[in-house]
Design a protein around this ligand. Structure first.
Ligand SMILES: [Zn+2]
Length: 462
């Protein structure tokens, strides 16, 4: 279910052309032609020496037409109106690329030959994009005269792509770059059972809820820490093109209040162009270790660990943390390191051990299987999938048994991380830049948060 939502949200690209526009445009234009033609018949021919301009307002059809918002047809005497207008009112044919589509078939569908395709492909180097089309791309064809391609628009997203325009027997190319209009979106949630449900109630896009969990992955264990009454908020931009929603921008700021501890993260693009999330005073949210080895958002949305296996979520005599989770839930390396074991080992079942810098070691037991290509000696990075939850070895039910060792001594992973050195911060010489970029945003975010009680009440009333 969650995956479906995710896929849906990823595929927003290309869905921005409502098909109905096309039909409406077509029928209204037909009407417009009739209306123009009738006065012509009543009042005799249009004077021949001065060309007359007739402006026909039409409904929004596509980018260009939306920009001009009207179609101008120049009417000369001696020719039929239809003949004059027809070449200019031909409509674009739009195709959203789906997996399995091939270029040759799409060209055939609009009545173009492989030769035409070849001609475009060889017109200039930008045409290479046609050799690398992906699902979600959009191809728009303008073919005013049957079989003769006039323009081809290739859109990677609603905002960028190329326009190929016929020039004799070749095609010239222009880059399409459009800027979305941004509208701030502020969402607040309160946990009553699971983070998922809270996110859904608050109408937070699934991808953003997941991203929030990633941002706070070094400070909050999203399986064990959340409590009823915890609150969170997210500020991001919604993107619009010509008044139509086309997608969500990245999270700009987010806060999570976990049992009266408030964590706030703000997006910052550093001098090198790298995007990161930082506390308001410039400490990186990315920590040496993730608080939780499970990829919580791959757990089905109605899974609630506290309800299912409350007993398992305790530190037991065997010196690890047991996370109950369905078989197959992905397990992540909690920090960068080297795999020192990925094999079966007695009551641990399938076991992965990772050696990290600074004499840290983590162990992951009872796996149903190992992550793809995971074997002894491999280097892994924080967040890499190293295996999947199972019940191999001495486990009575599917769960992850997770151990954290410092210099060979078991530590409670729930408390040891608080004793580790602080994460890196913005360098002093970059601090002014950081403040410049984030201060105004954080001020706005605070204002939104201060009015959150109102928002929450509204959400809860839904
Ligand atoms: Zn255990």
């Amino acid at each position: 279910m969650m995956m479906e939502i995710l896929q849906a949200s990823r595929q927003f690209v290309g869905k921005y052309y409502p098909r109905s526009h096309l039909y409406v445009a077509g029928s209204v234009l037909g009407l417009a032609i009739v209306l123009i033609a009738m006065p012509g018949e009543d009042k005799g021919p249009v004077p021949s020496n001065d060309a007359q301009q007739i402006t026909i307002p039409i409904p929004l059809l596509d980018h260009e037409l939306q920009e001009s918002n009207e179609l101008i047809a120049t009417i000369n005497s001696g020719k039929s109106l239809i003949e004059e207008i027809a070449p200019q009112i031909s409509t674009w044919q739009n195709f959203e690329i789906k997996s399995g589509d091939n270029l040759s078939n799409i060209f055939a569908k609009v009545g173009l030959s492989d030769q035409d395709l070849f001609r475009v492909l060889n017109s200039n180097k930008e045409a290479e994009i046609l050799n690398n089309i992906y699902p979600g791309y959009q191809l728009d064809f303008l073919i005013p005269n049957e079989g003769r391609l006039e323009q081809l628009r290739v859109l990677k997203s609603p905002l960028e792509g190329y326009l190929f325009t016929r020039e004799n027997n070749n095609f010239k190319v222009e880059e399409i770059e459009r800027a979305a209009q941004l509208r701030p979106a502020f969402k607040v949630g309160e946990i009553t059972d699971s983070l998922f449900m809270a996110g859904q109630r608050a109408k937070i896009p699934a991808a953003h809820l997941m991203e929030m969990a990633n941002i706070f992955g070094g400070v909050i264990d999203f399986i064990l820490d959340p409590r009823v009454g915890d609150q969170f908020s997210i500020l991001y931009d919604e993107q619009y093109l010509d008044g139509e929603f086309i997608g969500n921008g990245e999270i700009l700021a987010t806060t999570f209040i976990n049992q009266d501890k408030t964590f706030t993260a703000v997006r910052y693009v550093n001098q090198l162009g790298e995007v990161g999330y930082y506390s308001p005073d410039g400490e990186s949210m990315r920590k040496a270790f993730l608080r939780n080895p499970l990829d919580v958002f791959r757990i089905s949305s109605n899974f609630n660990p506290r309800r299912r296996h409350p007993i398992l979520n305790t530190i037991r005599a065997h010196k690890g943390t047991d996370y109950a989770a369905p078989t197959g839930t992905p397990i992540r390396a909690t920090s960068d390191g080297r795999i020192t074991r990925a094999s079966r080992y007695g009551s641990f079942g399938n076991l992965v051990i990772i050696q990290h810098a600074g004499s840290f070691e983590t162990k992951y037991a009872h796996l149903s299987r190992f992550g793809r290509g995971i074997s002894r000696g491999d280097r892994v990075q924080q967040g890499d999938i190293i295996g999947y939850v199972g019940a191999t070895g001495g486990a009575t039910g599917p769960h992850l048994h997770y151990e954290f060792l410092v210099n060979g001594v078991h530590q409670n992973p729930r408390t040891i991380l608080d004793k580790l050195p602080k994460a890196e911060s913005i360098a002093l010489n970059e601090m002014d830049r950081f403040k410049n970029q984030t201060e105004k945003l954080l001020k706005q975010f605070k204002e939104y948060n201060d009015s959150r009680t109102l928002e929450l009440n509204q959400n809860n009333a839904d």
